[in-house]
Structure formats: structure tokens, C-alpha cells
Design a protein around this ligand. Structure first.
Ligand code: HEC
Length: 300
């Protein structure tokens, strides 16, 4: 039996609609859900099998029903299927519902009883599609009027302004926590007491166990002298904290535990301790580090 859309297209279309819905509704971050959650693949497979099965069952049922028809009914069905869309009974019914036209044979019932030199007038019904759109417009305009003229809702310009302001706030928020916006190349030394105070707290909570609260050194080296194993200066210190020390020495990578901005603060705090000469500090390790004179590019 002929259908408007062939079965295989229906299956493909439905499958992709369901696939799209799944991707839309499952929050899978930056990766598609079917990669992040292998379970989704299984569900999709089941959906596909089900769709094919439903098509098969419907087809089989159609066939059985067809076999049960009398010759007469079969002929009628075949005739129906060969009709053009505009001749199909359901289409005709729909059209007459939407337009309420009176068949031409009954036109006399509509004739208004005046006659202008042979020009006659028919009193046709307004087509319902038009009448209902007109009612919809009236309702729309009433809501529109109340909403924008009386309640003072935002017009497009206000909406844009508000969205831009909101976007600004969100960007600022993002910058605060952005994970990737700082690395050892872009890091700068902070000197604000507020930043250093945060750095100090971070140091006391995370680092003091090995480097001592005054950074004089214990398991880890003294961080207050001019000697550095892995290089001094804000960029090297940031790098060491971010990536960890040499293998097996005990200095882990703090990437992920501390945010880049926190690493910047604790590194700046360490820089601020230079020359603080804590009591009983650990003997210097590594080489004396001298800050290179900044290159022309950096000085700019
Ligand atoms: C488990 C002990 C331990 C903890 C905790 C620890 N460190 Fe270390 N740290 C070390 C050791 C050991 C080294 C030497 C690494 C090497 O020799 O490669 C080191 C090296 C360093 C260096 C490089 C020193 C140099 O001379 O180049 C810096 C900077 C440093 N740590 C900062 C920190 C900061 C900041 C924290 C806290 C966020 C921290 N460390 C937490 C053990 C630790």
C-alpha cells in the first residue's frame, strides 16, 4: 500500500528527531551525549530496532487487513490511492471546513435580492481561516497593548541593553574563574596586600606541611633564599607549582587543586618572602637565580 512518506524515510527521520532530542536534553558538557555516556548508544540502538519493528508490524497488519477486504473494497481503495491530493475526500473535507464555500449548484441560496444593471451579489460566508486569524489578531493586539503600553514591558532596545549589561556581568564572572586564562607565560607578580594575604592563607593550608609555615624549608626546599632548584621568578615558580617538581621528589602538580589565579597568588606570596631569613631555615638548594633583564618585548 502506498503511503505519502516511504517507511525507511520515516524510520530515519524519527530516529534523528529522537537522537536530537536526547542530545538536547542530556547535559553532556562540551562532548556529545552519545560519546560521553555509552549508555545513550544502547538506548539509540533500542530506539532504532523498535522503530523498524513498529514499521514492520504496521506493514504486516496493513497487509492482513488488505487480504480481508472484498474485491469491491480493494478496487475502491486502489481508486482512492490513485486520486490526486486535491481530490482525496479528507482533503476536500478540510478545505470545505476552512473556507465554508457553498457548492456552485446551491449558489442561488446566497443571492442577495438586488440587481444593479445585471450585476448580482452573493452573500458568501467569510472563510473561517480568515475569521479566526482576525480574532487572533484582536486578542494579540489587546495583550500587546496592555503589556507594552500599560505595564511598560521592555521594548527591543531596552532588551538589548539589559542583555548586554547581563553579558558584561557574566564575562566578568567568567574571567574570575576562567581556568585557562593564565599560564606561566602570562602570569604577573601581584603585590597588593589583599592578594598576598590570600596567597599566605593558601600557602599555610597547602604548602606549609613541607615548606614550613615561614617557607624556611623542611621536606621541600627553602623558598625564601636566592637559590632555586627549578628556577626563580614568578614565571618559573608558577610553572613549578602548576606542573610539580622533579619526579619522585615529593612536589606534586597543583593544577586542578588550585586555580591558576590562586597559583598566581601563592607564587606572588612566595616571591614576597624573598630575603625574609626565617630562623633555622633549610640550607640553600639549587643555584642562585637572577632575574633576567626583561626583553624588549616584555618591557613594552
Ligand atoms: C609533600 C610535600 C610538599 C608540598 C605539600 C609542597 N611542596 Fe613544594 N616542593 C616540595 C619538594 C620536595 C620540592 C623540591 C622539588 C624538586 O626538587 O624537584 C618542592 C619545590 C617547590 C618549589 C621550587 C623550589 C625551587 O627551589 O625551585 C616551589 C616554588 C614550591 N615547591 C612551592 C610549593 C607550593 C606553593 C606549595 C603549595 C601549594 C607546595 N610547594 C607544596 C615538597 C612539597
Amino acid at each position: 500500500m502506498k503511503k505519502i512518506i516511504p517507511a525507511y524515510l520515516r524510520v530515519i527521520a524519527l530516529f534523528f528527531i529522537i537522537f536530537g532530542l536526547i542530545e538536547y536534553f542530556i547535559d553532556s558538557g562540551d562532548r556529545p551525549a552519545f560519546i560521553k555516556f555509552p549508555m545513550v548508544n544502547l538506548i539509540l540502538l533500542v530506539v532504532l530496532v523498535l522503530l523498524v519493528a513498529i514499521e514492520a508490524v504496521v506493514k504486516a497488519a496493513d497487509n492482513i487487513v488488505y487480504q480481508l477486504l472484498s474485491e469491491e473494497e480493494k478496487a475502491k481503495l486502489a481508486a482512492d490511492e490513485n486520486l490526486k491530493l486535491t481530490e482525496k475526500p479528507w482533503f476536500k473535507k478540510l478545505m470545505s471546513k476552512l473556507t465554508r464555500t457553498v457548492p456552485i449548484e446551491n449558489e442561488a441560496s446566497l443571492l442577495l435580492n438586488h440587481d444593479y444593471d445585471g450585476i448580482k451579489e452573493l452573500d458568501n460566508n467569510l472563510p473561517p481561516w480568515w475569521v479566526y486569524s482576525f480574532y487572533a489578531c484582536i486578542i494579540f493586539s489587546a495583550i500587546y497593548l496592555v503589556r507594552f503600553e500599560i505595564m511598560g514591558a521592555d521594548n527591543q532596545e531596552m532588551e538589548l541593553k539589559k542583555e548586554l549589561a547581563q553579558a558584561k556581568i557574566e564575562v566578568a564572572e567568567y574571567m574570575k574563574n576562567a581556568p585557562d586564562l593564565m599560564d606561566e607565560k602570562s602570569v604577573t607578580q601581584l603585590t597588593e596586600p589583599a592578594d598576598l594575604a590570600i596567597g599566605k592563607t593558601l600557602f599555610e593550608n597547602n604548602c606549609a606541611a613541607c615548606h614550613r609555615a615561614d617557607a624556611g624549608g623542611q621536606i621541600g626546599p627553602n623558598l625564601t633564599d636566592d637559590h632555586w632548584i627549578l628556577g626563580g621568578g614568578i614565571k618559573n615558580i608558577f610553572l613549578t607549582i602548576n606542573n610539580g617538581g622533579r619526579d619522585g621528589k615529593g612536589m606534586i602538580s597543583w593544577k586542578g587543586t588550585l586555580k591558576p589565579k590562586e597559583i598566581q597568588k601563592v607564587a606572588s606570596y612566595i616571591m614576597s618572602l624573598k630575603g625574609s631569613n626565617p630562623k633555622d631555615a633549610k640550607a640553600p638548594d639549587g643555584d642562585i637565580w637572577e632575574e633576567e633583564t626583561p626583553s624588549v618585548a616584555e618591557a613594552k
